[in-house]
Design a protein around this ligand. Structure first.
Ligand code: EPU
Length: 435
């Protein structure tokens, strides 16, 4: 297994290009099950994207990667061999099953439910299990599909859903679930009549999906607000689209800049969706210089502690919670993080404490004492964002840090070690336990 070895304390300087968003690309790729053909650019080279492409191929989607050099269409394994442009087309096969071995490795596979039901009127999808950060049920997705006219049963760990044709209806979500909103949106696009989703997720990735579907001829109003109205259409037409930037990757590099930046510029971004992250960084002392599609930040010389509550957008994203903790650990005064989205998202805290942080967990709250001097240690990554938090802690710690199980980070960050290295960080990928 791969590990990262980091020698901390080296200043970061330069420009880094932010990749396309995993959580925006995934639903757009799954929407290929709605039929027709489209080309998507700015698709990041990540393990979850490769898993999605293989699941889609099993479900009868033809996936072609554009390679300006040789026109080949293999699925590449590394960022160097990847230009992020794919054409997806539906071959109209009768496949409708997402098997356990793929769903198990990626919960977002449930995003095939909505489009399969809408187009093939049938879906068989392995029920995703709980995951380390929380139970993560999908009851809200299923209740919505039932309300739209699907019959759903669960047997032997599989969701079996079928319908004689989905119809538009009013769906009031008990919580603004992100993939739930996306699943319903995709189903509603081809449903008969009008669907209204209230208490919809307002995440920028939901808006990106809606913008893409609209470019394909869908009729959607209100994406990005809490009420989305979708008028069903008979079919979608072809379109070319580029996935939005990854705001969590951008936020991760902004924290790296706040910790160690001589002068770090992130480019390929739109500042608006970053506002909730910037508000917290500013409260801790950051002074970002913002342009239309880039942002430059340096180290915060005397960071001050603050309180952060993770919330659905436009609140502070739970996906940035692990990354802000190392900054809180070295800040003056105490800080606290209240995690309201997932019930068990503090697995990184024990590892950060092994590096010298002083963080106590009380229920859903992490209390950070501040003014700690972090020291390198051998630590274990436990999930995607937790790994990113540990990388940031390793960058600012004194001495050497080894982070084991970095396969978690490869699910969501495109070559993070190469991007950090290009800014001057001392980080390399090694085999675990390699001397
Ligand atoms: N929930 C339910 N029932 C449902 C759906 C959700 O109880 O039917 C609960 C969840 O258990 C959780 C809360 O509602 O406590 C929020 O879950 P949500 O459905 O919004 O999360 P998600 O759609 O499963 C997406 C991202 C996550 C991100 C969350 C919150 C994708 C593929 N995943 O998950 O991303 O943390 O929204 O913003 O878009 C990551 O990238 O590391 C990641 C975990």
């Amino acid at each position: 297994m791969d590990a990262f070895r980091i020698v901390g304390g080296h200043p970061l300087r330069g420009t880094v290009r932010i990749s396309g968003s995993k959580n925006a690309a995934l639903p757009i790729l799954f929407s290929s099950l709605l039929g027709g053909e489209f080309t998507l650019a700015n698709v990041p080279c990540l393990r979850d994207i490769r898993t999605t492409l293989s699941l889609l191929r099993q479900l009868g989607i033809h996936t072609e990667r554009h390679d300006p050099q040789d026109g080949s269409s293999h699925t590449p394994a590394t960022p160097e061999d990847w230009n992020g442009i794919f054409t997806l087309s539906d071959r109209d096969t009768p496949d409708y099953e997402a098997p356990y071995d793929l769903v198990r490795t990626m919960r977002a596979s449930v995003l095939c439910l909505g489009p399969l039901l809408a187009r093939k009127r049938r879906a068989r999808v392995s029920l995703p299990g709980g995951c380390l950060i929380g139970a993560r049920p999908i009851d809200m997705h299923l209740r919505a599909f039932e309300k739209m006219g699907a019959r759903i049963t669960i047997h032997h760990g599989y969701i079996d859903a079928e319908t004689d044709g989905l119809r538009g209806t009013e769906i009031a979500l008990p919580y603004p679930t992100v993939t739930g909103t996306e699943n319903i949106l995709m189903a509603a696009v081809l449903a008969r009549g009008t669907t209204t989703i209230s208490n919809a997720a307002e995440e920028p990735e939901v808006t990106d999906l809606a913008r893409f579907l609209t470019a394909r001829g869908a009729r959607i109003e209100g994406a990005g607000t809490s009420t989305i109205r979708i008028e069903g259409v008979a079919e979608l037409h072809t379109a070319d689209y580029a996935t939005m930037f990854d705001r969590i990757e951008a936020g991760t590099f902004l924290v790296a800049a706040a910790l160690l930046g001589d002068r770090v510029t992130i480019e390929g971004i739109d500042p608006t969706p970053l506002r909730p992250i910037l508000d917290v960084l500013r409260a801790m002392g950051a002074e970002p210089h913002i342009e239309d599609s880039s942002m430059t930040m340096g180290v915060i010389p005397h960071p001050v502690g603050t309180t952060v509550r993770t919330l659905p957008h436009p609140g502070f994203p739970t996906d940035m919670q692990a990354q802000i903790l190392p900054l809180m650990a070295i800040a003056h005064g105490s800080s606290s993080v209240i995690e309201t989205v997932f019930e068990n998202r503090f697995t990184h805290v024990m590892e950060m404490n092994r590096m010298g942080a002083a963080i106590e967990i009380h229920g859903s709250q992490a209390m950070v004492r501040g003014e700690s001097r972090l020291e390198g240690a051998t630590v274990m990554a436990s999930d995607l964002r937790a790994s990113a938090g540990l990388v940031l802690a390793g960058l600012v710690a004194e001495g050497e840090t080894e982070i084991k199980r970095v396969y978690h980070i490869d699910r969501g960050y495109e070559a993070i070690e190469k991007k950090l290295e290009s800014l001057g960080a001392r980080i390399k990928r090694v085999q675990e336990d390699q001397p």
